[in-house]
Ligand binder design. Structure first.
Ligand code: AMP
Ligand code: MG
Length: 422
């Protein structure tokens, strides 16, 4: 870990080491950047949302049931409510007779008590009338002229949904931090929980810099290329539960990059491009002057020219413009911050699978390598094109492997975890 990680006070412009056209002297380790983020990035406050908008949101507090679901004993079948112990001995050749005295529907209960020798026609979901202890299914009886001939016993409790059998009062139904599933909001509705306390969604400003860039949606023209990072980052931010906000492309002019950073009204700021050591790479100095540049240069390939810092406690990420590096730096660092702010788990939000390597992956000690791979015949094949500028390599890949800092990579035949892109 380098000294810079321990610096809590904003780096003064004087302390800022200008690395333009010189290159990085020392690079931070990926694990140290994680530790920095985990220590300094905080979860956002909660806000109430309507049940209708709660699915996919992160629950802010444990939900404890204060009612029973269902709130009353009810019929689980269409049939007849009666006193179950009176049906003992009933059979096809020894039917027992009951008098049908009324009906019970969901929302329209039978108003009286079911007395001995009586039965009430009852529909699924209707409250069980007092006196009745069982529901006999319609098929086990024959009704004519108000008389019910019962040919099968229905012992007490038969075909009854008990009060609280779904949810008991006092039960912890859902835990804080849960990303609400569709069925979860259904359960919350059944409890009468509305609005729902959820974590506020982080607003993420995506500041795209580059004189050569045309806005996404344009056709490439002359020596100008189309910005692909904004739309990719917007989708990644949404995946992580954030709300992306992308102002127009910013030219590589120090004052303009600075003004846009200072104006950004967001919970996380991403700056794409201009993060490295080129003449027009203004973002590191801008952040160091306006706030705090904690990390500049990470032992990670691609995405080594990544910067991480803070502006008034808002995490700011300097993402390399090369689209693969941008994706990699977002996923490893910015995504972590967005997810911490959103109350989501910090781990990479990809499914993983374990497979054997077809060819070796080389990596230097101390450096993490983000290696795009394909899975062929159950074997993991590193893609030959490893250029940081070739975004289509990530489209051809099935996922990526992270070669850890502690090792020199993986040998052919070793088992590795693949993070699957889909
Ligand atoms: P930079 O990080 O600004 O030095 O850019 C590195 C490379 O990525 C250059 O070839 C840029 O043209 C390219 N690049 C920068 N920003 C973007 C972007 N938003 N979309 C696509 N390519 C970009
Ligand atoms: Mg640039």
């Amino acid at each position: 870990m380098t000294e810079r990680f321990h610096t809590k006070s904003p780096a003064t412009p004087a302390a800022f080491k200008d690395v333009r056209m010189r290159g990085f002297q020392d690079r931070a380790e990926v694990a140290d950047v994680f530790a920095l983020l985990d220590g300094r990035v905080s979860r956002l406050a909660e806000e109430p949302v309507s049940l209708h908008d709660a699915a996919g949101r992160v629950l802010a507090r444990d939900i404890v049931a204060d009612v029973a679901v269902p709130p009353y004993d009810r019929a689980a079948m269409d049939g007849y409510a009666l006193r179950g112990d009176e049906t003992f001995g009933a059979g096809p050749y020894t039917p027992l007779e009951f008098r049908v005295v009324g009906e019970a529907y969901p929302g329209r209960p039978f108003p009286n008590c079911v007395e001995p020798g009586q039965a009430v026609r009852i529909m699924t979901g209707a409250p069980l009338p007092t006196g009745a202890t069982a529901v006999l299914q319609a098929e086990a009886a024959e009704e004519s002229g108000g008389c019910l001939r019962v040919s099968e016993p229905a012992p007490p409790g038969r075909h009854i949904g008990k009060r609280g059998e779904d949810i008991e009062p006092g039960a912890v139904v859902l835990r804080a931090g849960r990303v609400l599933r569709p069925q979860d909001v259904g359960v919350l509705a059944s409890l009468g929980s509305n609005p729902v306390p959820v974590i506020r969604r982080p607003r993420v400003a995506i500041l795209v810099t580059g004189n050569e860039l045309l806005p996404a949606g344009s056709r490439p023209e002359g020596y100008r290329i189309v910005d692909s990072n904004s739309v990719m980052l917007e989708a990644l931010v949404r995946r992580d539960g954030g709300l992306p906000e992308t102002p127009p492309i910013i030219p590589d002019v120090h004052e303009q990059v600075r003004d846009m950073l200072l104006q950004a009204d967001a919970d996380v700021v991403l700056i794409s491009g201009g993060s490295s050591v080129g003449q027009e790479d203004h973002a590191p100095r801008v952040l160091a002057e306006a706030g705090e540049l904690c990390v500049h240069g990470v032992a990670l390939r691609p995405a080594s020219p990544t910067g991480v810092g803070f502006l008034r406690d808002i995490p700011v990420f300097l993402l390399p413009g090369n689209p693969v590096s941008c994706l990699c730096a977002y996923d490893l660092f910015a995504s972590r911050a967005v997810r911490i702010r959103a109350g989501r788990p910090v781990g990479l939000p990809y499914r993983t699978c374990r497979r054997t390597l077809a060819r070796k992956i080389a990596s230097a000690i101390g450096r993490v390598d983000y290696v795009r791979v394909r899975i062929n015949n159950e074997q993991v094949e590193p893609l030959a094109t490893s250029g940081a500028s070739l975004l289509s390599s990530t489209t051809r890949a099935d996922g990526f492997v992270l070669a850890p800092a502690e090792s020199e990579g993986y040998a052919a035949g070793e088992s590795v975890d693949v993070y699957l892109y889909d």
